[in-house]
Design a protein around this ligand. Structure first.
Ligand code: SDX
Length: 428
């Protein structure tokens, strides 16, 4: 192998395949020519060892527990930035100057309203519909309202659609929550900062003004920063795959929302809280760990494990630290936090979890904080979607700006019936 290519030797051929070098992380073998050169495809279910694209947005080193947004360590952004600034960074690639931040914030602020017809749209759902179902449907419907920003080939329309989605996700999420509890929607207040505005739309009771608690908004802002993007995770890859067909950004993000919903992905935060509630008490933790190790049980420790992190998820570390502080400041005693800490302690000492390199991930502690913020469990993944919208729209725009884009269309290993002739029904 030279520094620029590798040689692949098959039964009757030897082919040289180029290496693709990034600025960080392992180089990749470019296998685009492998079928033409060898008559073979590659096989990598779940894409565990396959890079689907080049990207400059986020970098993860799973062995070292490193997460960078446009080169900035997540720990620094968590400590010093705020979500809307991180959204700008993901979208534009650089931290904004004061003037750029003001202009961006002004743009987002003036796109927060949702079309009045969307309120009637929600009424089509039963009040107890899962909020993720309502979010996916309402986001997909946005393309029916904004014909001026549907053309993925027009950079100005791409950016307008991205701003609209970043701006409207909190409005839609709050409207969905209030519909589910029978409260009238609250319109976005343009005099409030992004997360304060969301908290106001979510929680202001119809009969009295809401005193916004800065502990709540700071905790939410930090959770949004930590959930904003994460390389080519399942939902970001879904957004890219749908975007590769030429579908508009609203349709692509709606697909990403449905991908995020799964309990193996963003739906894990809701599943973690259900699991902790089911475990109920620290004395039941060892039983839960034993169940998670038993393949027959089909039970997994939700919030544990990760495709890329084989060390602590740096986001989980930050959230775990936050959990104590937020619960203390809010004067909340939650026995589930003790259960989570005991479960983490037991799992991290257990050979199975050590040998499988299973650590707490971003979803393990976030639900405990959302619960302390009085966000209902079925809204946890909606919180994740609000934050991840910044990453999804950035990835989608990057895909359209990157030259040489092609429609995503994986191959397969066919294991079905060999060719056979049709038989009339009276012959079967
Ligand atoms: C997110 O990709 C991202 O970046 C996602 C995300 C993001 O920000 O976008 O980080 C957000 O989705 C975090 C992950 C949330 N999901 C969960 O917490 C659900 C529980 N975890 C798993 O289901 C699992 O760990 C995944 C889905 C996260 C990762 O799955 P992989 O990489 O496909 O791993 P696997 O299912 O092949 O498991 C490898 C082994 C298996 O054992 P063996 O058959 O090899 O003996 O580890 C075991 C699994 O049984 N295992 C677990 C486990 N997770 C994996 N065993 C018990 N409990 C678990 N949680």
């Amino acid at each position: 192998m030279s520094s620029t290519n590798v040689t692949l030797t098959t039964a009757d051929k030897s082919v040289s395949l180029p290496l693709v070098e990034g600025s960080q992380g392992p180089s990749c073998i470019d296998i685009a020519s492998i079928y033409r050169a060898t008559g073979h495809f590659t096989f990598d279910p779940g894409f565990a060892a396959t890079a689907a694209c080049k990207s400059a947005i986020t970098f993860i080193d799973g062995e070292k527990g490193v997460l960078l947004y446009r080169g900035y360590p997540i720990e620094q952004l968590a400590a010093k930035s705020r979500f809307l600034e991180v959204a700008y960074l993901l979208l534009e690639g650089e931290l904004p100057t004061p003037a750029q931040m003001h202009a961006f914030e002004d743009q987002v602020t003036h796109h927060t309203m949702m079309h009045e017809s969307l309120k009637h749209f929600l009424r089509g759902f039963h009040y107890d519909a899962h909020p993720m179902a309502m979010l996916a449907a309402t986001v997909a419907s946005l393309s029916a309202f904004y014909h001026d920003a549907e053309n993925p080939e027009d950079p100005a329309q791409r950016k307008l659609a991205a701003i609209r989605l970043i701006a409207k996700m909190p409005t839609l999420a709050a409207a969905i929550y209030r519909y589910s509890i029978g409260w009238p929607v609250r319109y976005p207040r343009n005099n409030l900062e992004y997360v304060d505005r969301f908290v106001h739309m979510l929680f202001e009771v119809p009969s009295e003004p809401l005193a916004i608690n800065p502990v709540v908004t700071k905790a939410l802002d930090l959770l949004f920063i930590l959930h904003a993007d994460h390389e080519q995770n399942a939902s970001a890859s879904t957004v890219r795959l749908v975007g590769s067909t030429g579908a508009n950004l609203y349709a692509s993000v709606a697909a990403g929302i449905t991908a995020l919903w799964g309990p193996a992905h963003g739906g894990a935060n809701e599943a973690v809280l259900k699991m902790l509630t089911e475990i109920g008490d620290a004395k039941n933790v060892d039983k839960a760990v034993a169940r998670a190790k038993d393949k027959e049980s089909g039970f997994r420790l939700m919030g544990f494990g990760h495709r890329v992190y084989k060390n602590f998820d740096p986001r989980a570390k930050i959230i775990r630290g936050m959990a104590h502080e937020v619960l203390e400041k809010l004067g909340v005693q939650d026995p589930l936090l003790d259960v989570a800490l005991k479960l983490e302690e037991a799992a991290l000492k257990d050979d199975y979890f050590i040998s499988h390199k299973l650590y707490p991930n971003v979803d393990f502690y976030s639900g405990i904080i959302y619960k302390a913020l009085k966000i209902p469990t079925n809204m946890f993944t909606v919180m994740f979607a609000i934050a991840r919208t910044a990453g999804w729209v950035s990835q989608w725009i990057e895909q359209h700006e990157m030259p040489g884009g092609r429609i995503g269309r994986p191959r397969q290993v066919y294991v079905g019936a060999k060719p056979r002739d049709y038989q009339a029904i009276d012959q079967r």
